[in-house]
Write a protein that binds this ligand. Structure first.
Ligand code: SAH
Ligand code: TYD
Ligand code: ZN
Length: 414
């Protein structure tokens, strides 16, 4: 087969240069957060979404890198503050920092990927010195307009050093759902090393490989999610770049995440939670290739089951709409081949996605109000990570006889 050898040839690990063995091919994919306008004649950018694991450091990563300026720019449509659960989650994270790490005379916290200011708002309200790095100017402007201090830039070694020189050291660097977006983590950790106080911490939280594999949530894999972290791979990365993994905390948000705390090597004593999660990963063989290949088999089954269900519903004349034009849904619709013939539209609360088309498969995106006008027979829950919040507010849909279709951990209708 021409090209087949090339497609699976090992690539080098972005962290340690070891061999990355591919275990999942999610096919040709568009940018997950670019929603073309219906009259947009421009060509969409596509790449091949392959996922592999490093034989040396176990880091799970994409085998192709999408240039960052294509993903993060003035029209980046994701606004963090769209979920009330996430607003509360980040308010709590900020309060924790204020109570623990930020108690000195003039504390300073830097956030990487602050988006619309969902976390920094609480820091600002407490009058604590802060700086948010946010390269996507549209969302950065939202935070700035609320009075937060924002630098419209990518965080990396050079920009971090400039902040160190101009503003002094930071007590905390925090990044939520952003570290996994950054292939060039060596540069980021060099920047953190330059910027942090000797006892400072770098805290970041991202979707957890252990949960992704357990829940078959393959839609957590898309262009922006370059890495799927585990405690083992994060520890190896930290040590490689002069840091130590000193705490981990599992979080329920976005389908299961881990909050990692890095400190300089030897500066803090690792908590027992670190050893426990590492042992759990070894017991569950989270990064073993055999486990990852079993995940791949599950993902193929989900694709077959979901397409079969949607085709049956179409044949029965049922109306199916999507709920939440998530970045994740780009992976699902493009991998499974789901277009407007199977899902008539996707509703979403984000104005910058509305009246546009989903990436690649071009399903129309409609405002949230379209959902009840009239209610469909079935709603395909693309924003499954916000299920609790959404199902609570859509009681009427269920009362009208509507059913939810979910595809993680397997295809089921509720
Ligand atoms: N922290 C928010 C936003 C996550 S989305 C939340 O958890 O909801 C990821 C954000 O990271 C985007 O807003 C993107 O523009 C930003 N980003 C991407 N690369 C970055 C980098 N190198 N430095 C800082 N921000 C970055
Ligand atoms: P999310 O799952 O947070 O992230 P990603 O895009 O990275 O996969 O995205 C949630 C999307 O769902 C976002 O576009 C807003 C939308 N949404 C609704 O339409 N209604 C809701 O009640 C909620 C919570 C989200
Ligand atoms: Zn590696």
């Amino acid at each position: 087969m021409p090209g087949a050898t090339d497609a699976t040839a090992p690539v080098s690990c972005r962290i340690c240069d070891g061999d990355v063995e591919e275990f999942l091919d999610l096919g040709r994919q568009p940018l997950s957060d670019r929603f073309p306008a219906p009259d947009d004649e421009g060509e969409e950018f596509f790449y091949r979404l392959g996922v592999g694991r490093c034989r040396t450091c176990t880091m799970v990563q994409l085998t192709e890198e999408v240039p960052r300026h294509l993903m993060f720019h003035e029209d980046y449509p994701y606004h963090s503050s769209g979920s009330s659960v996430m607003r509360e989650h980040f308010a709590k994270a900020a309060q924790r920092f204020l109570a623990t790490e930020l108690t000195g005379p003039d504390p300073f916290v830097v956030e990487v990927g602050c988006n619309d200011g969902i976390m920094l708002g609480t820091i600002q309200a407490a009058g604590v010195r802060h700086l948010g790095f946010e390269p996507s100017t549209g969302v950065a402007e939202v935070a700035r307009s609320k009075g937060m201090r924002i630098r419209t830039d990518f965080f990396e070694a050079a920009t971090a050093m400039e902040v160190r020189a101009a503003e002094g050291p930071a007590d905390v660097i925090y990044a939520a759902n952003t570290m996994c977006h950054i292939p060039y983590l060596e540069s980021v950790l060099k920047g953190a090393d330059a910027l942090l106080t000797p006892d400072g911490v770098f805290v970041f939280e991202d979707p957890y490989l252990g949960d992704i594999v357990a829940k078959n949530s393959f839609d957590q894999i898309y262009d922006e999610h370059f890495y799927l972290f585990s405690a083992g791979s994060v520890r190896a990365m930290a040590e490689r770049f002069g840091f130590e993994l000193v705490d981990v905390e599992r979080l329920p948000v976005h389908g299961g995440e881990v909050r990692y705390t890095l400190a300089r090597g030897g500066a803090r004593t690792p908590t027992a939670a670190v050893g426990r999660l590492l042992a759990d990963e070894r017991d569950r063989k989270v990064t073993d290739l055999a486990s990852l290949r079993a995940f791949t088999a599950d993902v193929h089954k989900i694709r077959d089951d979901l397409v079969a269900l949607l085709e049956r519903l179409r044949a029965e004349g049922r109306r199916v709409v999507g709920y939440g034009a998530t970045a994740k849904s780009a992976t699902v619709t493009n991998f499974c081949g789901i277009g407007p013939d199977l899902v008539s539209f996707v509703c979403d609360t984000t104005p910058s996605k509305q009246n546009r088309l989903t990436p690649g498969r071009h399903i129309p995106v409609r405002p949230a109000a379209a959902f009840s006008d009239p209610y469909p027979d079935y709603a395909l829950l693309f924003a499954w990570n916000h299920a609790e919040e959404i199902i609570a507010k859509e009681q009427e849909f269920q009362q009208s006889g509507g059913r939810w279709i979910r595809y993680v951990p397997e295809v089921h209708v509720t």
